[in-house]
Design a protein around this ligand. Sequence first.
Ligand SMILES: Cc1ncc(COP(=O)(O)O)c(C=O)c1O
Length: 386
Amino acid sequence: MIDPADYRDRFPILGTCTYLINHSLAAMPAAAEDNLREYARTWRERGIRSWAEGWWEMPVTVGDQLGRILGAPPGSIVMHQNVTVAEAIVLSCFAGSTERNRIVYEEANFPSVRYLYQAQPQLEVVAVADDRAIVDAIDERTLLVPISHVLFKNGEIQDVDPIVRRAHEAGAHVVLDCYQSAGVVPFDLTELGVDFAVGGSVKWLCGGPGAGWLYVRPDVADRLEPTLVGWQGHARPFAFEPELEYADGARRFLTGTPNVPALYAATAGYDVIEEVGVPRIRERSLAHTQLLIDLCDEAGLAIVSPRVPARRGGTVTVSTPDHAACHTELGERGIICDFRPDPVGGVRLGPHFFNTEDEVRHAVSELADIVASGVYERHAGASSLY
Ligand SMILES: Cc1ncc(COP(=O)(O)O)c(C=O)c1O
């Protein structure tokens, strides 16, 4: 079992508060600051030569590091700004599809993903109750099944295998959003057999903003042609040829100039996740989330996250009389977490491998006090920008 004491001094914010929001913006590794300084030094001293000395290739080399964490072969993951952009590039491969225009996903899908598909006039979006209903809803008109691996509100792990089987039987492609699973729930993209996967780095991967990623299964990558493409997706970008010729593999899913500083920062997170190992993180996470559930039960706080370990991601969501108000009071007591609105919302607590049992106990005991005493009522009408 991981001893948090071995890692805590590598995450400076842990010394200042009870940081339980690793499902949203995980604690920053101190090494991220060193990496950003190295980025600035390179820019200052090497200037334009930096592109040839690593910057240009970073969307692929950083993607390869993620591939080691996520079970994807080299060359199958490329880096982007965020999930929305990655999904838009996937969708752009099917711009000419008229026979198939149905998109099937769960109602609890992340809004950004929902909005992108809803905004396309040529598509018919079918939003269903849960993962089982997705299997039933996929048919021969289905083009894409853009679903979440772990639901953002209550941290429920979705049963992906039957969805992939049914989608492939019907000739549809699966886009798996792994934002809430990558770095805390072990999985292997190759074994899952999904066509595409997307995610970002701010959460359990501890990599900060601006480092979204897109996985394309190698056999799928070579037969698709994204119409949202830029010069990084060309076979010979520095030949500046007038006509488009796609690069091989996931590289053809690139657009223009990469977000270099974000990629420098992100690798600090991936380094520590690789070092600790996702299976060990999962072991620790399950112990933490079980403790959270037991403590909430003892305190009479209702949870809306799954109790079964196999369905439980890294977050436990606690239902309260007023999530926003309870969240504000927790913040004033130095407990950093967030909340999501109902249905299936609540105060979200997301301990990572560097959190201690004492922090988990402290958070639940304070939340129980806030609810029982009614002190949260003084924050009625509270809101939050995270
Ligand atoms: C499951 C899931 N998908 C996507 C996102 C974010 O999408 P984007 O990278 O487009 O901001 C989040 C949270 O921020 C999320 O929880």
